[in-house]
Design a protein around this ligand. Structure first.
Ligand code: PEP
Length: 253
C-alpha cells in the first residue's frame, strides 16, 4: 500500500533554537498515526543531526535534507554529498525543488545523477516536478512534467521508482498563496500515474506516493487529500506554524 506523506520544507528559515522548538511542538504529544503515514521534516543542513536525534524514537517522523550535490565527492566547495547525509543518518532528501532548478540552473540530467547517488546511499529522494505559469497558460503542462519525469527518473529500475516520492509542485502555486484547485492537482497526479504506469506497469504506478505542493494549508488540506491520486503534501510556509502543520498531518487521516 502506498504511503500517505506530510513533508515540511522549512527552506532557509529558523534559527537553531527556533527549529528545536518547532520540531518539539509538532512532535510532542502527537496523536497516534496510522501505520502508512509518514511525516518528513526537510530542515536546513546545520540542523539535520539535532532534528534526527529528536525524532529517533518516533517511527512516523523522519528528517530530510533539502538538497544534495550531483557529484560523489571532491573539490566542490560549499556542497553537501549524499554520502555525507548517509553518514549522519538522514533517510530522505528533496531533489529538484523549483527554488533550486530555477535560480541555480539545475538540469533534469543533474537531478538524475543526484537521485542515483541518493539511492546508492539508501536515501529516499523526494523528487519535485511542476510547470511554470507560462507553460500552464499555454496548456502544455502535461508534456512539460512528463519530460521532467522521463529525463530524471526513467533510467531507474521499477524497484527504486516505487520507493521514491514524487511531489507535483506547480511553480505558480509555490509561496504565492495560490493553490491549484483540487481538480487541477488530481488531474496532474492522475496523469503522472498514467505516465509511470506506461513505463513501469500499473502496479508500480499505484505503489508510488504522489504528493502535492503549492500553498497547502490546514484550510485546504482535507479537500486536496480526498482526491484519489493525492497521497499527501509538500508544505512550505504552513509547515513553519506548528498548529497549521499538525492540522495538515491530521488531514492525512
Ligand atoms: C514548497 O516549498 O515546496 C512549497 C510548496 O511552499 P509553499 O507551501 O509555501 O507554497
Amino acid at each position: 500500500m502506498r504511503k500517505k506523506i506530510a513533508a515540511a520544507n522549512w527552506k532557509m528559515n529558523t534559527t537553531f533554537q527556533e527549529a528545536e522548538n518547532l520540531l518539539r511542538t509538532i512532535t510532542q504529544n502527537s496523536p497516534l498515526l496510522d501505520a502508512n503515514i509518514q511525516v518528513v521534516f526537510a530542515v536546513p543542513f546545520p540542523y539535520l543531526q539535532m532534528a534526527s536525534s529528536m525524532v529517533a524514537e518516533t517511527p512516523h517522523y523522519n528528517i530530510a535534507a533539502q538538497n544534495c550535490y550531483h557529484q560523489k565527492s571532491g573539490a566542490y566547495t560549499g556542497e553537501v554529498s549524499a554520502a555525507m547525509l548517509h553518514s549522519i543518518g538522514v533517510h530522505y532528501c528533496i531533489v529538484g525543488h523549483s527554488e533550486r532548478r530555477v535560480p541555480f540552473g539545475e538540469s533534469n540530467e543533474q537531478l538524475a545523477a543526484k537521485i542515483n547517488l541518493l539511492f546508492e546511499y539508501g536515501i529516499v529522494p523526494i523528487f519535485c516536478c511542476g510547470e511554470p505559469l507560462l507553460i500552464r497558460e499555454a496548456g502544455t503542462e502535461n508534456s512539460f512534467v512528463e519530460n521532467q519525469l522521463k529525463e530524471s527518473l526513467f533510467h531507474l529500475p521499477a524497484t527504486q521508482l516505487a520507493q521514491l516520492i514524487i511531489a507535483y509542485e506547480p511553480i505558480w502555486a509555490i509561496g504565492t498563496g495560490k493553490t491549484a484547485t483540487t481538480d487541477q492537482a488530481q488531474a496532474m497526479h492522475a496523469f503522472i500515474r498514467t505516465v509511470l504506469g506506461k513505463k513501469y506497469g500499473t502496479a508500480v504506478a499505484e505503489e508510488t506516493s504522489l504528493i502535492y505542493g503549492g500553498s497547502v494549508k490546514a484550510s485546504n488540506a482535507n479537500e486536496l487529500f480526498d482526491a484519489a491520486d493525492v497521497d499527501g503534501a509538500l508544505v512550505g510556509g504552513a509547515s513553519l506554524q506548528a498548529e497549521e502543520f499538525k492540522a495538515i498531518i491530521a488531514a492525512l487521516k
